[in-house]
Design a protein around this ligand. Structure first.
Ligand SMILES: Nc1ncnc2c1ncn2[C@@H]1O[C@H](COP(=O)(O)OP(=O)(O)OP(=O)(O)O)[C@@H](O)[C@H]1O
Ligand SMILES: [Mg+2]
Length: 343
């Protein structure tokens, strides 16, 4: 893959024991008229090549804002990043010049946006929109770029790609449009792909197909993949590990199998219990009581305490640190042992 050489850019190799991507103690605030919205409050996660990390959490938990900070697309102001690092191959992206950042954004770290289905331009053919990546970033001719667009459409398994390359977005189903967005995101062979809720607007069968496609593409290219979702059900088969977010913090970090076997945070436990199960037909679905925290005025102590069935006095006064349970697992709950035991 041809890459522009720039001393400031993260190199291909030589990053020692550093993971491909490491978010470290990231804080993001929005300074608004109503006050300071603390959207991300000390998030850390890491990703290796070929690994899939699912970032899970309900609406407003800071999943997208964290991704936008990684991509460097937050409007600053109103956003402020008072603390933290986003290291890509050992280089802190937050400290790169805008020029160097542009070399990384979309090319080495790409993102499928949450509102992807509506972000295709209705007046241009899909082929034109996909081929734009090659014209703009690789300086290809229209003809060569269009050939690459067809190849990419085939790669994301759009049937009859050659015939359909000149169709307009509205001529495709939701699932096919999402495949087109994926094609655009992987066009330049990124090392990291962030997919923000890539299946939310799709029906269940199509969701599974898109997940399978992302997993296949990742295997073929050894990308690191970050899958953002609020639905624990859709990532079970594809993720290696899960980071659960609540109120702008990571509350549980674990390999996917550990989480399914026994969650170590009451919030994760609630999320698991609210997944519909085919084997328990007719059972009432559990819903976590209460509302997400107000980010302008966070509860004292643990942000989850007003909704937590395990709450004790110290949960209201002391913010729980991320307790290390094993080398690959941690939980920000004072009572993680009880939760893990299921007691
Ligand atoms: N530009 C902004 N100004 C003020 N607040 C913002 C801004 N962008 C995001 N926020 C707030 O930051 C918080 C985190 O938002 P974020 O989009 O990361 O949530 P999310 O976890 O992705 O949720 P969802 O599942 O709904 O996509 C929310 O409370 C949101 O309202
Ligand atoms: Mg979001």
């Amino acid at each position: 893959m041809a890459k522009t050489k720039n001393d400031l850019l993260p190199s291909e190799g030589g990053f020692g024991n550093e993971p491909l991507l490491a978010v470290d103690n990231l804080h993001v605030e929005f300074h608004t008229r109503a006050g300071v919205v603390k959207a991300v409050n000390g998030v850390s996660y890491s990703l290796s090549a070929g690994e899939t990390l699912a970032v899970l959490g309900e609406s407003g938990s800071g999943k997208s804002v964290t991704a936008q900070a990684i991509m460097g697309i937050l409007d600053m102001p109103p956003a402020v990043i008072p603390k933290g690092e986003v290291r890509f191959r050992g280089t802190d992206l937050l400290r790169l010049s805008e020029d160097a950042r542009t070399q990384v954004r979309g090319q080495r770290i790409a993102m499928i946006f949450q509102d992807a289905l509506s972000s295709l331009n209705p007046v241009f053919t899909v082929g034109w929109q996909i081929s734009e990546m090659f014209r703009v970033h690789r300086g290809m001719s229209k003809r060569d770029a269009m050939k690459k667009a067809v190849e990419l459409m085939e790669r994301v398994r759009i049937p009859a790609a050659k015939q359909r390359v000149n169709d307009y977005p509205h001529q495709f189903s939701g699932g096919m449009r999402q495949r087109i967005m994926i094609a655009m995101a992987i066009a330049l062979d990124p090392e990291v792909l962030i997919a923000d809720e890539p299946t939310t607007a799709l029906d269940v069968t199509v969701q599974a197909q898109i997940m399978e496609l992302l997993a296949d593409l990742q295997r073929e290219s050894n990308m690191g993949l970050i899958l953002i979702t609020h639905d624990l059900g859709v990532v079970a088969d594809v993720a290696d590990k899960i980071a659960v977010m609540y109120g702008g913090r990571i509350v549980e970090n674990a390999p996917v199998h550990d989480i399914y076997k026994a969650p170590a945070h009451p919030y994760t436990k609630g999320l698991l219990e609210s997944i519909p199960r085919v084997d328990l037909k007719g059972q009432e679905l559990y819903a976590i009581k209460g509302l997400p925290p107000n980010l302008l005025d966070m509860p004292s102590g643990c942000a989850f305490n007003p909704r937590c069935p395990y709450r004790q006095d110290n949960c209201v006064t002391d913010v729980p640190p991320l307790h290390e349970i094993s080398g690959v697992r941690s939980s920000a709950c004072h009572y993680w042992r009880e939760v893990l035991d299921g007691s």
